[in-house]
Every structure is written in structure tokens, then in C-alpha cells.
Design a protein around this ligand. Structure first.
Ligand code: COA
Length: 156
């Protein structure tokens, strides 16, 4: 790792800084999304208020470098799963091991919370897929993601 960082659990006060990183990262390649700061902050505020929320922040002495966050979900036989909703690392600090560091700390925390599995959505064949595969994640051959935009009347 060429970027030195400290890792700690995310609290609500960290959300504005996370939103700033989020806008920068997802507005860049390969995502090129059009996030306004107010929307990014609202999205991350929703997450931090979701029951079972857990997140990890990475920062140097000077700046926030990245974060990972999501929430636990009750699963069968009394077990819990974790939905990883967002992970991002400042563009200029990517490929320095920070994403792996965030996932390592997150997985340690989740193991201590008796979570038995993590799942997530990402772009097929994108760079993030390579990142997750390197960490031992597999694409589930039996599942697909489905979605639908609603018209004004919300008809099916
Ligand atoms: C995905 C992301 C969180 C990974 O964090 P990172 O700090 O860059 O990743 P690491 O340095 O820990 O990478 C570990 C390994 O994952 C793989 N990997 C990471 N980024 C990759 C990329 N862009 N292309 C191909 N493989 C990649 C590599 O095997 C890498 O090891 P190497 O650098 O020794 O080859 C970060 O690149 C990021 O914020 N990307 C934009 C946002 C994003 O896509 N988030 C996930 C949305 S679901």
C-alpha cells in the first residue's frame, strides 16, 4: 500500500465528507454519474439512518480517502446478511490498496457482528467486478437484477 490511512466506523457527522468523495468518484470514469452534492448527501444520510447500518471510513491525516457502507438484513435460521451499498476511494488514491483495506476492516467488523454473508450490486465486467473477485466474491449464476421505471400512473 502506498497511501497510509487510518480506518474507523462511520458516524453521522462523517456523512458530508463522504458525500464529497462520493460525488468526485462516481462523477469520474468508469461511472460518469451526475450526482449533485445535495443528492449524494441525502442518499448517504438515508443509509446511515437505516436499521443495521455499518460503515468504515479511511482517512489520512489530511483528508478523507474513501469509505464503505451498507446495512445488515435479517436472514433465515436467525442469521444476518450485509448489503454493501457503497464503496469508493478517491480517484487519485485508487489502486493503492485502500479499497482492500476498507473491505478487510469491514469484514472483520461484520464477523464480530455474526454476519455470515455480504452481497452487492455492481456493473457486469467493470473494474469493480475485478476488485470484488480478487477479494473472493463470485457472481451468483442463479440470480439476476431486475428493474423497471414507473410511468406517471404507476401502472404495471
Ligand atoms: C473499486 C474501488 C473501491 C477499489 O478500491 P482500490 O483502492 O482502487 O482497490 P485496491 O487498490 O485495493 O485493489 C485491489 C485489487 O483489486 C483489483 N482492482 C482494483 N481496481 C481495479 C481496476 N480499476 N481494474 C482492474 N482491477 C482492479 C486489482 O486486482 C487490485 O490489485 P492490484 O492493484 O495489485 O492489481 C475503487 O477503485 C473505486 O472507488 N472505484 C470507483 C467506485 C466504484 O466502482 N465502487 C464500487 C461500485 S459497486
Amino acid at each position: 500500500m502506498t497511501t497510509s490511512a487510518r480506518f474507523w466506523p462511520i458516524e453521522e457527522k462523517d456523512i458530508p465528507g463522504c458525500a464529497e468523495v462520493f460525488v468526485e468518484v462516481f462523477g469520474s470514469e468508469p461511472w460518469n454519474e451526475q450526482w449533485h452534492a445535495v443528492d449524494a448527501q441525502a442518499r448517504l444520510e438515508e443509509m446511515v439512518h437505516t436499521p443495521g447500518f455499518h460503515g468504515v471510513l479511511a482517512a489520512s491525516d489530511e483528508e478523507m480517502l474513501g469509505f464503505a457502507m451498507g446495512h445488515t438484513e435479517q436472514w433465515q435460521r436467525g442469521t444476518k446478511h450485509f448489503y454493501l451499498q457503497e464503496i469508493c476511494v478517491r480517484t487519485e488514491h485508487q489502486r493503492c490498496g485502500l479499497g482492500s483495506g476498507l473491505m478487510h476492516v469491514l469484514c472483520q467488523d461484520l464477523t464480530a457482528m455474526d454476519v455470515e454473508a455480504i452481497y452487492l450490486l455492481t456493473a457486469r465486467d467493470g473494474p469493480a467486478q475485478a476488485f470484488y473477485e480478487r477479494l473472493g466474491f463470485d457472481a451468483n449464476p442463479g440470480m439476476i437484477m431486475m428493474g423497471k421505471y414507473l410511468d406517471e400512473r404507476g401502472t404495471a
